[in-house]
Ligand binder design. Structure first.
Ligand code: 6GP
Length: 839
């Protein structure tokens, strides 16, 4: 791996500091020192995990000077800062990424080798910090990497869940969930900051009181108080000295409450209070894009938002900035509606705690927030019953009523008394019970609202948020998602990284648009040969992983056809399985069929309460069982489900793909980001015109993309004219055979009831239109198979895909957020050595 030159370090010097030096000898000494003084072990007794910890601390030492300097400069300059509020941060393992961004991967590898240790093995020891479900949480992580790399002052604010997303086991083909005890062996990347703890109130009631100036203010008398303790993790940028902070909050019981109970002699009551408080940040809700109206979830949301805003106010007071400048100091981004309560909380803090008047407080609030929407799925729209909301956040409900009253006055002023429109825009849903609509609160309280791909932003304006678009069109914008090339190319695919860098230098890692320069090699036989060789080695690696974790042996020379993402009906893993069954039947009918051998790889978690998604996992495994052991099939078709998909397990996957499955029903996938990771690593995409697929296809060229299926307009039109899925089934013998096999127990040891719910759903309702898209998908897959046989053509397409993915770097996305929404500038950080000019 080509590495950045560290600044301010004299690696040639003998006397490097043990905490900062990056020479191989220094690293070895520091590592053994940490093994002894942090882990309390010497090599003869040390476990692999001890070695991992010693290395993690060695790397952390090297982050700390940058982290402290960064904080010092931001404080000194009172820098304008992005606060990214997100209920999820799916960071992935830190060690490898920090080695890349510090530019010491090679030295550390050598140091470990000289100590007779294998860096890869130590990297594998890191527990996945799985504090997110899927796309939304991983996007937040890519954005933190880009913000630091672009030297933008940033605080990520979220929740330190004690248990992240569950570990997935597959038992008898079914998903089984296991608690994710990621903190069990300690977390070397975080530092607790109890000195910055804050109190968060819940429940109770409000009352009016007169302040010192004799003016009426509102006071909130809570039913309970919980302490928020911040835990900080440094987020280092690539080739820069900027180390920003991810600040995650843990809930604890305040001492004073313990005391009260204790003094009454109620020791158990006191301890009970502690347990209840700590439940708040115990576990991540494992639903992806489905809201569950649970009280604890609303408590989590309010808890971390209140902690974050109080923390920002503390920072302002420490820097002696007047609160009137809140929106000048902080640009606060709401990652979907999970933190939308921030709008009401900032108002409460300014009005009640800092005695500001409504108008200036509201102006500050609106100028502070931006809101990103991540899905159009109706089941994801958060709405809280008034009963629950008022019992937990009585003061916030009063504030929301006031915001709503003033907002609807403006609506009446603009549109007259159009009661239908007013009902649709209101922050309170009164259609069927009464609810607070969090997306409406986010829209009214923000100055910018964005979708995450061009189509998604367009649909937001035309459908879900149409009324808001008509009221304030100037607030709406699009920022297409991106992913960080540091984790998703440099760390995941070192061989490809070296090949690209050997041709065009390493500037592309910071400026992915530059990777375009490999286009000139797209038809170069020598380059193609190396490209193919690297892909093959990456496939051999995944074949070994599959054998190890599933016992299935796959052929690295077959076409690796991969779909990895959360399991959802709209993502249509079951359409992919219908293709698998079709291929299987074709071979069975014609045992000598000369088809392109394929390995179909699936991975992904289903929400524990999402029955149909779990049944889809069972179906994949059931089809795999039949296909993989059929001697007639041999190496021509394999189906594998890799358990426990997470960031760590995904890193080898993207570099090993020939074909990337992006087959959601048009109009349903807001953007997708896996689609970008695959294409950057040279996979070709088979996909619908959905989300960012459309922009990826435009970038790589229609001739380098396998397109099929209904468009968003087709989907809408077909629904209107009356969609009859059963007709497709009856008129298509291949499709009929596949469905009949599922229904008849062919894949379930004769059990006809097992998949009945899925089959009935497809034939009667088919909400995601698999039946309509089936034949176009099969035909397109046939084209894929044919193209794969033309080795040179495939390689050229693969190279062009990587070459043309520049736009999909999260650096580009973050630059757009900075310019269009946050209006924030880079603040470069120097190491002390650079400032003084000596070592
Ligand atoms: C996801 C979208 O489904 C995906 O298309 C997008 O790429 C990703 O967000 C990042 O923008 N949405 C979620 O994960 C979610 O929970 C509420 O939305």
């Amino acid at each position: 791996i080509q590495e950045p030159q560290l600044q301010g370090q004299d690696t040639g010097m003998q006397c490097e500091d043990d905490r900062t030096g990056i020479g191989v000898e220094t690293l070895k000494r520091a590592f053994l020192d940490n093994l002894f003084y942090v882990q309390g072990k010497f090599p003869a007794l040390a476990t692999k995990h001890d070695y991992y910890m010693a290395l993690a601390y060695t790397v952390r030492d090297r982050l700390l000077q940058r982290w402290v300097n960064t904080a010092a400069i931001y404080t000194q300059e009172g820098s304008r800062t992005v606060a990214y509020l997100s209920a999820e941060f799916l960071m992935g393992p830190h060690l490898g990424n920090n080695l890349i961004n510090l530019g010491i991967y090679n030295q550390v590898q050598q140091a470990m080798t000289e100590l007779k240790l294998d860096l890869k093995e130590l990297l594998a020891k890191e527990e996945e910090p799985g504090l997110g479900n899927g796309g939304l949480g991983r996007l937040a992580a890519c954005y933190l990497d880009s913000l630091a790399s672009l030297e933008i002052p940033t605080l990520g604010y979220g929740i330190r869940y004690e248990f992240g997303i569950f570990d997935q086991l597959i038992r008898n083909g079914w998903q089984v969930e296991k608690t994710d005890k990621w903190l069990r062996y300690g977390n070397p990347w975080e530092i607790a900051r109890p000195e910055w703890a804050v109190s968060v109130k819940f429940g109770g009631r409000t009352e009016a009181h007169k302040n010192a100036q004799g003016r009426y203010r509102v006071r909130w008398i809570p039913h309970k108080v919980v302490l928020g303790i911040p835990y900080d993790t440094p987020i280092l940028g690539y080739k820069v000295n900027t180390a920003n902070t991810l600040r995650l909050w843990k809930a604890e019981a305040p001492e004073s409450f313990d005391f009260e109970a204790f003094n009454r002699g109620n020791y158990y009551g006191a301890v009970d209070q502690k347990v209840t408080s700590e439940n708040l940040t115990k576990v991540l809700y494992p639903n992806d894009e489905t809201y569950e109206g649970k009280q604890l979830r609303l408590e989590q949301q309010y808890f971390f938002v209140s902690c974050a805003l109080q923390d920002m106010l503390r920072i302002m007071l420490r820097q002696k900035l007047p609160l009137e400048q809140f929106h000048e100091k902080f640009a606060v981004q709401l990652n979907d509606t999970h933190p939308a309560i921030a709008v009401a909380e900032l108002m409460r803090l300014l009005l009640d705690e800092h005695e500001m008047d409504w108008e200036p407080a509201w102006e500050i609030t609106q100028k502070t927030f931006g809101y990103t929407n991540h899905t159009l799925l109706p089941e994801a729209l958060e709405k809280w019953s008034l009963k629950l909301f008022s019992s937990l956040l009585p003061r916030h409900l009063e504030i929301i009523y006031e915001i709503n009253w003033r907002f609807l006055e403006q609506v009446r002023h603009k549109f007259g008394t159009d009661e239908g429109r007013i009902g649709r825009l209101s922050l309170i849903d009164e259609n069927d019970g009464k609810f607070v609509r969090m997306a409406h609160l986010a829209c009214v309280g923000s100055h910018k609202i964005n979708g995450v791909a061009a189509l998604h932003s367009e649909l937001l304006q035309k459908t879900t948020l149409l009324d808001f678009y008509e009221f304030f069109p100037e607030k709406f914008t699009n920022i297409t998602n991106g992913v960080t090339p540091r984790r998703w190319i440099v760390l995941s695919n070192p061989k490809l990284t070296n090949l690209i860098t050997s041709c065009i230098g390493d500037n592309w890692i910071k400026h992915l648009e530059d990777v375009q320069r490999i286009e000139t090699y797209a038809e170069d036989p020598g380059f193609q040969q190396e490209w193919q060789q690297i892909k093959r080695e990456n496939k051999v690696n995944v074949a070994e992983i599959l054998l190890d974790r599933t016992g299935v042996k796959v052929d690295p020379d077959s076409l690796f056809d991969i779909q990895v993402k959360r399991i959802h009906q709209y993502k249509r893993q079951h359409l992919n399985i219908l293709h698998a069954i079709t291929l299987y039947n074709q071979i069975k009918q014609n045992p000598n069929l000369d088809i392109t051998p394929r390995t179909l790889i699936f991975a992904g978690k289903a929400a524990p309460g999402y029955y149909i998604a779990k049944l889809i996992i069972k179906l994949i495994n059931s089809v795999a069982e039949v296909v993989n052991k059929d001697r007639d099939i041999g190496d021509r078709l394999k189906v594998v489900f890799l358990p426990d998909y997470n960031v760590k397990n995904s890193q080898p996957i993207y570099p090993a793909a020939d074909l990337s499955e992006q087959i959601s029903t048009a109009g349903k996938e807001a953007s997708g980001t896996g689609n970008m990771k695959f294409a950057m690593n040279g996979a070709l995409t088979i996909g619908t015109l959905d989300g960012a697929n459309i922009e990826i296809r435009n970038a790589v060229g229609a001739e380098n993309f396998f397109l099929f299926g209904l468009t968003t307009e087709d989907v809408g039109a077909l629904r209107l004219t009356g969609y009859r899925p059963r007709e497709y089934y009856e008129q298509n013998p291949q499709l009929k055979q596949a469905i009949d096999q599922i229904a008849s127990g062919y894949f379930s040891h004769g059990d006809r009831s097992l998949f009945k719910p899925l089959v009935d759903l497809l034939l009667d309702k088919d909400p995601f239109m698999l039946m309509a898209d089936y034949q176009p998908y099969i035909d397109c897959q046939q084209q894929v198979s044919q193209t794969y046989r033309d080795r040179d053509r495939w390689l050229q397409m693969s190279i062009l895909n990587t070459a043309r993915m520049g736009k999909f770097s999260s650096d580009r996305a973050i630059r757009e957020y900075c310019q269009q929404i946050w209006k924030v500038q880079p603040v470069p950080v120097q190491l002390a050595a650079e400032k003084t000019g000596d070592g």
